[in-house]
Design a protein around this ligand. Structure first.
Ligand code: IVH
Length: 677
């Protein structure tokens, strides 16, 4: 009786797994819109395989484990039956699984010593078969379910890297080339930018964009998409063809004009493979196309033949995948954080998920517009992306998997820290807490900014310490920092007398600064480092800046009406002036700023191009600005001089065309010296 119940449970689980797997395959292969991650899918597939191994009596011919893989081709394209099936690859997600693979290869072949493997990038696009007869491209097909694919010949003909005629007299009569069609990253970005402008649907990633582009019924559309191709093998071949090693096959294909990836390498043994994996992972962010791992293949074809195939994949090859850059997880909550300027930022709290090599549990959602646009709800299954060192991002919610209890996200009416009523200005994406420095959150952020490396650079005043100082009400504003006493600091958590003294020493050291750094440290809205430098150079001291009007400010380069308003507003506040005076009284000082002198070059516009030998570009810029000249990035009719260092760019050519006066570095130095003599 007990056995029957468990048999029934197993049967139910198997049926559910098959049903789910079919649904996920359909979304992935047919719709190009996956709703589950590869590892989650693999786990389900493996679970089904294991149950069927334990209960072979429950295997049915229509189980996904019995099919090859993929879905039926879309009706609109005609079908192509592959002369030889297009196989898939087994995956490894860690080094242990690579070691197991190498052991299996050794065991099956009964050989010792290092095997020669060819290592290839695993291109993240879609598999394609190209049929050449007497060197002429005849037919191209997608992989489809591995046995039957779709005839996409017309579309493939539009891809520049697919040759329509092969070069050389020794091309076999029939040659089927296999490889991957992909979309370069830059082309993908461009395509999505355009879709954004037109308001059409965005593609999730370059692979989906490539698949979508190749499956267009109108090949004109495909032709307008930036697609490319790399080959990685052959299918059916009739005629003279040396099938000695995978590397020699690729060499022949390359000789005939087919694109072979330049990173491919033949290595010795598993160590060679793992080195290739690590080196390729390092190169990955700099490649112009997406790869999602590397592929190891036994290089000798005689050995490949002895190893043979299992149902879906060859025993002589393995895909070693990089940690996924996109994963699925649950959006558990959304918190609202208060920034330095009061901006309220929604932050996604995620069920921790390993993506792009790190565990991600938070991601900024920027503002309410983004939440609305992506239609995110609490409880949703979302796609999280983290590529390279890029900050993690919530890409989208999977609507098909939205739970019934999913909750809409609303902007709070009160600041989560000081409870002031939140302001949302019409037309602005960002909502704000208007309480300024009365809000402890903004106070903390203002102090953190003041102490930061590019501002006052107070080493040792880290975020945690700032939070303690504000929470314990020891510091209300940046000026209070300088009246902190040794015993008070020493009593703080994780401090002690020595650290406290070190911190006081750092405060002292930081009192010598520059006017530009000081202005930046004040945290005036919209005043970044560059604007602070301009203000310092132009106004020279605090008194002049206090009395500057919006018009005065707008006369300086790069300061527009909005920034000018923020600046005058800041200096008008008595409270801010009091703090500044206190800071100066506590000993913060800077060398007097050299105001631009009136000179023969005052008001002249310079453009710098190429490398200068005697000074950096920044130094050249400083020297010019000190004599009242302006430095611009691009050449126009208004440019007075172009200074051309070695290897100048297109700016020199443009200057020549416009008849702008060109100076060599020596001419330039002479001109500057002439001014001071
Ligand atoms: S060889 C019998 N080499 O990965 C071996 N495949 O997961 C068949 N892929 O369908 C494939 N880069 O679309 C091979 N260097 C490479 C590859 C590669 C990407 C794709 C291909 C295949 C899939 C299997």
């Amino acid at each position: 009786m007990g056995k029957q119940i468990s048999q029934k449970n197993v049967q139910d689980e198997i049926e559910k797994l098959r049903h789910d797997i079919r649904r996920y395959k359909h979304s992935y292969f047919t719709l190009d819109s996956p709703i589950i991650s590869d590892p989650e899918y693999d786990q389900l597939f493996r679970r089904l395989q294991n149950l069927e191994i334990q209960h072979p009596e429950l295997i049915t011919p229509d189980s996904p484990t019995q099919e090859r893989s993929g879905a039926k081709p879309l009706k609109a394209f005609s079908e192509v039956k592959h002369a030889l099936p297009m196989l898939s690859l087994d995956n490894a997600f860690n080094e242990d699984e690579v070691v197991d693979f190498d052991c299996r290869v050794h065991e099956r072949l009964g050989v010792e010593g290092d095997i020669d493997y060819i290592c290839e990038p695993k291109f993240d696009g879609l598999a394609i078969s190209l049929l050449y007869e007497k060197g002429v491209f005849q037919q191209g097909a997608t992989r489809g379910d591995g046995v039957t694919g779709e005839d996409v010949t017309q579309n493939l003909r539009t891809i520049h890297s697919i040759p329509l005629h092969l070069r050389g007299a020794d091309v076999p009569a029939v040659l089927e080339v296999r490889g991957e069609v992909y979309m370069p990253k830059a082309g993908f970005e461009e395509l999505n930018k355009e879709a954004g402008r037109k308001g059409t649907k965005l593609f999730v990633n370059p692979r989906n964009a490539a698949a979508g582009s190749l499956r267009q019924l109108d090949s004109h559309i495909t032709a307008s998409r930036p697609l490319a191709f790399f080959c990685y093998g052959v299918g059916l071949v009739n005629g003279k063809f040396s099938k000695d090693t995978q590397s020699s096959i690729l060499e022949q294909l390359k000789k005939w004009g087919l694109p072979v990836n330049p990173l491919i390498e033949v290595v010795k043994g598993i160590n060679g493979c793992l080195n290739f994996f690590h080196n390729t992972a390092k190169k990955r962010p700099h490649l112009s196309y997406d790869i999602d791992g590397v592929v190891y293949k036994v290089n000798r074809l005689a050995l490949q033949e002895r190893l043979g195939f299992v149902t879906r994949a060859p025993r002589w090859a393995l895909a070693h995948k990089f940690p996924a850059q996109e994963e699925f997880t649950t959006l558990e909550a959304v918190d609202f954080q208060v920034g330095r300027t009061g901006a309220i930022t929604p932050v996604a709290r995620l069920k921790p998920v390993f993506v792009g090599g790190v565990t991600v549990s938070n991601a900024t959602l920027h503002n309410m517009d983004e939440i609305k646009e992506k239609d995110l709800r609490i409880g949703d299954i979302v796609v999280v992306r983290r590529a390279g060192d890029v900050i993690p991002e919530v890409v989208k919610a999977i609507e098909e998997r939205r739970p019934a209890h999913a909750k809409k996200i609303a902007l709070p009416t009160q600041c989560p820290v000081c409870h002031s009523a939140i302001e949302q200005i019409e037309g602005e994406a960002v909502a704000r807490c208007p309480a300024g420095l009365y809000c402890p959150a903004q106070r903390k952020e203002a102090i953190k900014h003041f102490a930061s490396r590019r501002a006052m650079d107070i080493e040792g005043l880290g975020d945690k310490l700032v939070e303690q100082l504000v929470d314990e009400k020891l510091v209300k504003n940046i000026a209070d920092l300088y009246s902190l006493k040794l015993d008070v600091l020493a009593d703080l958590e994780r401090m002690g007398e020595k650290s406290a003294q070190n911190l006081l020493d750092q405060f002292e050291k930081g009192k010598t600064t520059t006017f530009a750094r000081f202005l930046y440290a004040l945290g005036i809205r919209e005043v970044g480092e560059a604007t602070a430098k301009i203000l310092a150079r132009h106004f020279g001291n605090l008194q002049t800046l206090y009395t500057a009007t919006e018009d005065d400010l707008q006369e300086t380069p790069d300061i527009g009406p909005v920034v000018a308003k923020h600046i005058t507003h800041f200096f008008k506040e008595t409270h801010n002036r009091e703090i500044i005076e206190k800071l100066v009284q506590s000993g913060i000082h800077w060398e007097e700023v050299k105001r631009p002198q009136k000179s023969a070059l005052s008001g002249k516009t310079f453009v710098l191009t190429g490398t200068l030998e005697q000074m950096t570009r920044d130094q050249a810029k400083d020297r010019l600005e000190n004599v009242g000249a302006k430095v611009s990035d691009s050449v126009s009719k208004k440019t007075d001089y172009v200074v051309a260092g070695s290897e100048p760019g297109s700016k020199l050519a443009k200057a020549e065309k416009l008849g702008v006066k060109i100076l060599t570095e020596t001419d330039f130095l002479k001109l500057l010296q002439g001014l001071s003599s």
